[in-house]
Design a protein around this ligand. Structure first.
Ligand code: GLC
Ligand code: CA
Length: 556
């Protein structure tokens, strides 16, 4: 297997709006990030994935970009950006930018031109279609954030496609001029010295020429998936992008590829496919729930074992994957997969971290995860800011499809706003995130869960993450070793080995609150314990695991 720095790296995702406010206006910003670079250095991460900081009207918090070469005013200036990049580099931290090029904002200059008249030279930058005979949308596709995927535009009497919100019109990648504009823009950022791109919904950039109705359930919108996801020319475009831009720099590239299969992943991120370095796929966090993605059910261990093992085994030596429990679109890891009660929050957060960080792939830590931050106690609809949660409330509850009682637990369990509450820095007002009024409420548990307290406490979740990161640096077996699932049928324990030449690690995680027994294989009896979330002096013979216990044994 080829070695690469980005295979050995640990990534930390910053969602700037919620990370740190540097000027007291209640909104996180670039100066805030600069002030916390030393904290990230202490944690030991190698790369920051920076969610969008470009100019944007914030319909979808920056994922609707109106100028790719300007910084959002609320976040600061281009000078601030340059300083952040320089300060990060000084500390050996690289910065990977979010690249959102499936769509722009409807306030982007290209779209404002495009919608003016049919003859405009930017018309073909977007996807326009005539209405059906009765004036309705060209087909039945539904958008990711609810409603139709088509918006009618009075100016020219036609519809434009938007797979996300109405304010996020999809770019027409069929048009070579669009592609060239994007490559030029990417080149401009690379020349500035950035270190890579995280490519937003990159698997959706190619659409089929025919756009027939999608499969639909009674009374719902149709599924655009078969016509827009992993579309006919997506690999051609990425190879072109690679050849024209990516291959000229030393970058890390990661493609957000929801719904990707193993075979597709090998094309996107194969060792020799000349597209991207790695995929970021969602199978382990995306199983369908009660109401589409909305559910209050826990993810069963059997599913996780089967799914994570499949990706470990089938990409081994062939393609590279990302490892994550959460991001800015997912609920908090410990609330979702662990136990966020006072009793088990720390232990289960550490167990989850162990389970993931000892696997093969590039680990991603989402801001606050290293503190064991939890979901937010939402009380009412007014507590939500996220466009997806608000639309879901309207689509499911206000439409009368389901009762509020039924939907509420599912909504608060999965809402993206869980991840977007401010990082809890200390126990002062607003968790030290801002001296002003925070744009989104701080989780009230900041008085006990915060960075300052955890930095001081050697046994904190923070220091546990720090240790996991340092282990990855020290033991190549964690990066390059082969994965083998152990105790496949066990209902409580997730265990596996990693093997590289004569080195081996044995990872044991009790995924549950029950105590249970595990037999330490004799070859590990004299092994060294690299990390654990309980104090235990002997790892030998049959031992009884405590709730959420996790440890890693090493032998050579
Ligand atoms: C991706 C982003 C998400 C955004 C969407 C549309 O899934 O992660 O936050 O809303 O794309 O850009
Ligand atoms: Ca600010």
């Amino acid at each position: 297997m080829n070695q690469a720095w980005w295979k050995e790296a640990v990534v930390y995702q910053i969602y700037p709006r919620s990370f740190m406010d540097g000027n007291g206006d209640g909104i996180g910003d670039i100066r805030g990030i600069i002030g916390r670079l030393d904290y990230l250095k202490t944690l030991g991460i190698d790369v920051i994935w920076l969610s969008p900081v470009y100019q944007s009207p914030n319909d979808d918090n920056g994922y609707d970009i109106s100028d790719y070469q300007a910084i959002m005013k609320e976040f600061g200036t281009m000078e601030d950006f340059d300083e952040m990049l320089e300060e990060a580099h000084k500390r050996g931290i690289r910065i990977v930018m979010d690249l959102v090029v499936n769509h722009t904002s409807d306030e982007h200059r290209w779209f404002m031109e495009s919608r003016k008249i049919k003859e405009n030279s930017y018309r073909d930058y977007y996807i326009w279609r005539e209405p059906r005979e009765d004036g309705s949308a060209p087909n039945n596709w539904g958008a990711c954030f609810g409603g139709s995927a088509w918006a009618y535009d009075e100016n020219t009497g036609m519809y434009y496609l938007h797979l996300f919100s109405k304010k996020q019109p999809d770019l027409n990648w069929e048009n070579p001029k669009v592609r060239d504009e994007i490559y030029d823009m990417m080149t401009w950022w690379c020349d500035k010295g950035i270190d890579g791109f995280r490519m937003d919904v990159i698997s959706m950039i190619s659409k089929t020429a025919e756009m027939p109705d999608g499969q639909a359930q009674e009374g719902s919108y149709g599924d655009f998936g078969p016509f827009c996801v992993h579309g006919p020319r997506v690999h051609e475009y990425l190879q072109e992008m690679n050849q024209k831009v990516l291959s000229k720099y030393d970058l890390m590239t990661v493609g957000e590829t929801s719904g990707v299969t193993i075979d597709q992943a090998k094309r996107y991120a194969g060792e020799d496919s000349h597209e991207l370095d790695m995929v970021f796929q969602f199978e382990h966090v995306e199983s369908d729930g009660k109401f589409g993605k909305w559910t209050d059910e826990k993810v069963p261990l059997s599913f996780l074992k089967e799914n994570l093992s499949k990706w470990q085994n089938e990409l081994y030596g062939k393609a590279w994957n990302s490892l994550f429990w959460d991001n800015h679109d997912q609920p908090r890891a410990v609330s979702r997969f662990g136990d966020d009660s006072v009793k088990y929050r720390e232990t289960s957060a550490k167990m989850l971290a162990t389970l993931l960080h000892m696997m093969q792939g590039t680990p991603y830590i989402y801001q606050g995860e290293e503190l064991g931050m939890t979901n937010f106690p939402f009380q009412s609809k007014e507590d939500f800011h996220d466009i997806e949660s608000i639309h879901a409330y309207e689509d499911w509850v206000e439409s009368g499809k389901v009762s509020l009682e039924e939907f509420w637990p599912c909504l608060i369990n999965k809402s993206r706003d869980n991840a977007r509450t401010p990082v809890q820095w200390d126990d002062s007002e607003n968790a030290g995130f801002t001296t002003g009024i925070p744009w989104i409420r701080v989780n009230p548990n900041y008085e006990t869960i915060n960075a300052e307290a955890e930095l001081k406490d050697e046994n904190s979740v923070f220091h546990y993450y720090r240790k996991l990161i340092s282990l990855r640096k020290k033991y190549p077996v964690i990066v390059y070793g082969k994965y083998d699932l152990q105790l496949e049928e066990d209902e409580n324990i997730f265990a596996y080995t990693r093997t590289l030449d004569d080195e081996q690690i044995f990872v044991v995680c009790n995924y549950t609150e029950s105590s249970c027994k595990v037999l330490i294989p004799s070859e590990f009896a004299n092994g060294q314990c690299l990390i654990s979330n309980y104090d235990r002096s002997r790892y030998e013979g049959e031992i009884e695991l405590s709730p959420y216990e996790a440890f890693v044994l090493y032998r050579k």
